[in-house]
Ligand binder design. Structure first.
Ligand code: FAD
Length: 523
């Protein structure tokens, strides 16, 4: 009897799922024509969709059905509302694509609609001067464009990412962390107001005071609750110049102690980061093209070969007429540090050159065909109390060189983060961002190949798990909802509740693989 029942159930399931497939295929032409007839200012592209199936990670490729190139916010709202009104019977999803610099297909929509947010660029960037300056920008605007325009007004955002050719919507969906975050917090804590298209196609303005639950949901929300179409970003007076400093340490404990001392001080530097160097030959010689050693003779005697070193990277902003005072301040701050004395390197560059520094590397890498390669990056947020044990086990052990790409490491203050946003961070007052920014050589089977780097990443994650370090992934990537629940921990309930409020059909940002769009068939 039980066997007969099981057989019936199996046959029914097979019949049900084959009907589903037939139905999806039958729906396809009608979905296409329904999109084509939508009243929008921009247009849908059904042919040129391949670029929307690519990202910086160069590892995941999911073709969308269509790419929307909106000319207005209402184009986006119309498209999302249309998908919402199709109800749970349609498998169509919508992904906002900023600059497509995700690593694992997060801005892709398999068989769905990708909204090309950059089509909205240039929609009036409005600067407001005064005591509390800010700018209103499109969600598809690149940070580099905001910087260039801001400088014309003598203003600039306070908090950055290391690379500026990313969109406002893309970084605000994660956090936006760089060397200024210790003082100003991440980019998501430097936003006053947002305009958002929710998963129901509604256009909603939100801020701390107005629709605040949606405001905080969207910030760090991995694109799950709405598409950011406009943002009001806090600004400060832009400095003219930057004193850019690098010093080396041979011992991690001394390095991190100095980093933590600096981030707790009020008037030290404006930017504090650091990176790990393992077994690099001629390191300081390479620096000489852009940095000057304070003591050239001693610096030339310093050898990096075979060693694990830690570089503290600092920046102090200034205007040209303050040079003398700033030189004194920098000297005094540096005198409190315990780096290897002969390794002090200094450079002076215009503010824009400092902020756009990664783009200069991009141009060089592109010219050698080394930019569009697989990027198996791993970004971790590690509690201060666990950073020593992490460093001990990973640097020089799991990782025996840094030839596949830089490893950034720097602490930030949790007090500068807003716990109402959706981003997940460790529980301690100070935590470190550790970013393994590897590039893989396509089709290599050696230590510079994708498989080798992925195995190393896995070993690092396994160590964090076994040693119970309380690490959280930044730019997180998981394949199952169980893993996502573990990532969010006690925040999962709020995250899931927010999803059911603002995108109940799970239409948005399917490439994050957190929620799956439900498909119910009534006939
Ligand atoms: P996309 O990759 O296009 O999108 C990312 C996610 O956000 C997707 O899920 C997408 O659907 C969603 N999304 C995009 N636009 C919107 C929108 N308008 N509204 C709602 N959701 C949206 N991050 C840091 O914090 N600090 C760094 O220093 C840093 N440096 C980087 C350097 C490089 C070279 C690269 C490639 C990345 C770096 N990142 C850094 C990571 C970067 O912030 C994220 O990858 C970011 O998502 C990229 O922005 P994007 O515009 O390309 O977004």
């Amino acid at each position: 009897m039980r066997n007969t029942y099981m057989l019936f159930l199996r046959s029914f399931m097979i019949f049900f799922f084959s009907c589903m497939t037939i139905k999806i295929n039958l729906c396809f032409p009608s979905i296409l024509s329904s999109l084509k007839t939508l009243p929008i200012d921009g247009h849908f592209d059904f042919e040129q969709v391949h670029h929307a199936a690519k990202d910086f990670g160069n590892r995941y490729t999911f073709l969308p059905l269509a790419v929307l190139r909106p000319k207005s916010v209402s184009d986006i709202a119309t498209a999302v509302k249309h998908v919402w009104q199709m109800g749970p019977g349609s498998e169509l999803t919508v992904a906002a694509r900023g600059h497509g610099h995700s690593l694992q297909g997060q801005a892709q929509a398999p068989g769905g609609v990708v909204v090309n947010m950059e089509s909205l660029q240039g929609l009036d960037m409005q600067f407001h001067t005064g005591n509390f300056p800010y700018v209103d920008v499109s969600g598809g605007e690149l940070w580099i464009n905001i910087l260039r325009e801001g400088l014309k007004h003598g203003l600039a955002p306070k908090s950055w990412t290391d690379y500026l050719h990313l969109t406002v919507g893309g970084t605000l969906s994660n956090a936006g962390i760089s060397g200024q975050a210790f003082r100003h917090g991440p980019q998501i804590t430097n936003v006053h107001q947002l305009e958002v298209v929710t998963g129901k196609g509604e256009v909603v303005n939100c801020s701390e005071k107005q629709n605040s639950d949606l405001f905080y949901s969207v910030l760090g929300g991995l694109g799950q609750f709405g598409i950011i179409t406009r943002a009001r970003i806090s600004l400060e007076p832009a400095p003219e110049m930057v004193k850019w400093i690098r010093v080396l340490y041979t011992d991690f404990a001394t390095f991190s102690k100095d980093q933590e001392k600096l981030i707790s001080g009020e008037s030290t530097f404006d930017y504090i980061e650091g990176f790990v160097i393992i077994n690099r030959t001629g390191l300081l010689n390479n620096w000489r093209s852009s940095f000057n050693p304070q003591d050239p003779v001693q610096a030339s005697k310093f050898k990096s070969d075979g060693r694990t070193l830690f570089c503290l990277e600092l920046a102090k902003y200034f205007d040209r007429d303050e040079t003398a005072v700033v030189n004194q301040e920098v000297k005094s701050s540096l005198s409190q540090l315990n780096h290897v004395p002969s390794t002090l390197f200094v450079s002076e560059v215009p503010y824009i050159e400092f902020l756009d520094r990664v783009h200069i590397s991009e141009i060089k890498l592109r010219s050698k065909g080394l930019w569009e390669v697989p990027h198996p990056w791993l970004n971790l947020l590690i509690p201060r109390s666990k950073i020593q044990i992490f460093a001990q086990h990973v640097f020089g052990n799991i990782l025996t060189d840094t030839s596949n790409g830089p490893i950034l490491i720097y602490p930030v203050n949790k007090s500068k983060w807003d716990n109402r946003t959706s981003v997940v961070i460790p529980e301690e007052d100070v935590f470190y961002l550790v970013a393994f920014l590897s590039s893989a050589v396509p089709s290599s089977t050696g230590t510079d190949g994708l498989d080798h780097i992925l195995i190393q990443n896995k070993r690092i994650l396994e160590f964090c798990e076994i040693a119970r370090l309380g690490v959280k992934q930044y730019l997180p990537h998981y394949s199952t909802q169980r893993e996502w629940k573990a990532h969010f921990g006690s925040q999962w309930e709020v995250f899931a509740r927010r999803k059911s409020s603002y995108d109940p059909l799970a239409i948005l940002a399917p490439g994050q693989r957190i929620f799956q769009k439900a498909i119910f068939y009534s006939q």
